[in-house]
Design a protein around this ligand. Structure first.
Ligand code: TPP
Ligand code: MG
Length: 330
């Protein structure tokens, strides 16, 4: 199945990455829709999954410009980031189910998936916890003299923690190769960003650190790709960090158990009408680069891949209780 999924469709030029973007967004959407069903059926363990449906263009556009040896720091809402950086659905879902075949052998769950071989340093349950780690990774890159880049995703609410200031200031002062990517999805839990923040945009703060601050339509995968490419090139060529802010929206509640009483159906519908997958599909169809049949095949492939991962996770063994204390000390 992997071969079919990664094979380019016949009539698309080699340098056109449109279908790859569509495929990545569909894979993220399918994975999370399936995770939500598993959560409702009580097949996942630990924290309820925090889904990014609606935000797929951010993970896809940003990670599409990263190399395998570049680094990624995530958040509590990182399934999309991790998939876009190259992770496989099978060990991801097994991790969510607490199975020994999971990325962290079932110890990490939804919020703590890491795979150093893919540069995925880790997702993080501490809001903003990845931001100072990213500056540390940037310092390590500079110290080792490589041309790698570290990308750190965080939410709008995370930009209001103290460590954000320290980490961005430090990265700027030492010109570290870090891109700080804010997924501004309007809310931190039930709190509207504008109610608790001194500036209307997170990227406005870049001025205070003497670095570029870029705002992009986070529902437009191509716009995100272009902005991320510029920010990553800037970092890779020794010019230092950027704050890249995408305006986006999560369709589900904060976590799978949140019924979203703090926002209106009209607001949700307005954002859904700009769905990153459907609007990108429309553009491609209008440009003659995609047919409905091709789209349906990509969607069916993504759903089949997610279903295959579910079966893999459910049929995998639990960790042996005698290994409970393994991996705690090294
Ligand atoms: C340090 C810390 N404070 C509070 C929490 C509880 N908490 C979890 S997610 C969240 C909101 C995060 O909002 P944002 O950064 O905008 O990310 P989003 O959930 O919107 O993706 C809060 C307050 C936490 N996990 N860690
Ligand atoms: Mg938010």
């Amino acid at each position: 199945m992997q071969e079919t999924l990664s094979a380019p469709l016949q009539d698309v030029q080699e340098d056109d990455r449109s279908l790859e973007f569509l495929q990545t967004m569909l894979r993220i959407r399918s994975f999370e829709e399936r995770v939500y069903r598993m959560y409702l059926e009580q097949q996942t363990y630990g924290m309820s999954p925090h889904l990014s449906s609606g935000e797929e263009a951010m993970a896809t556009g940003v990670c599409s410009v990263l190399r395998k040896d570049d680094y990624l720091l995530g958040t509590h809402r990182s399934h999309g980031h991790i998939l876009a950086k190259g992770a496989q659905m099978r060990p991801m879902l097994a991790e969510l189910c607490g199975k020994v075949t999971g990325y962290c052998r079932g110890r990490g769950g939804t919020m703590h998936i890491a795979d150093f071989s893919l540069g995925i340093v880790g997702a993080n349950g501490i809001v903003g916890g990845g931001i100072p780690i990213a500056s540390g990774v940037g310092l390590s890159i500079k110290y080792r003299g490589t041309d790698q880049v570290c990308v750190c995703f965080f939410g709008d609410a995370a930009s209001n923690i103290g460590a954000f200031h320290e980490a961005v200031n430090f990265a700027s002062a030492f010109k570290l190769p870090v891109v700080f990517v804010c997924e501004n999805n309007v809310y931190g839990l039930s709190t509207d960003y504008s109610r608790v923040s001194a500036t209307p945009n997170v990227a406005d703060r870049a001025k205070g650190y003497g670095i570029p601050g870029v705002i992009v339509d986070g529902m437009d995968v191509f716009a995100v790709y272009e902005a991320a490419k510029a920010a990553v090139d800037h970092a890779r060529t020794g010019k230092g960090p950027t704050i890249l802010e995408g305006k986006t929206y999560r369709y589900y509640g904060h976590s799978s158990s949140d019924q979203r009483p703090y926002r209106t159906k009209e607001e949700e519908e307005q954002w859904r009408s700009r769905d990153p997958i459907l609007s990108f599909k429309k553009k491609l169809v209008e440009a003659g680069k995609l047919t409905d049949e091709q789209f349906n095949k990509l969607e069916a492939d993504a759903m089949a891949e997610a279903e295959d991962a579910v079966q893999f996770a459910l049929s995998s063994p639990e960790p042996d209780p005698v290994t409970l204390l393994d991996y705690i000390y090294c």
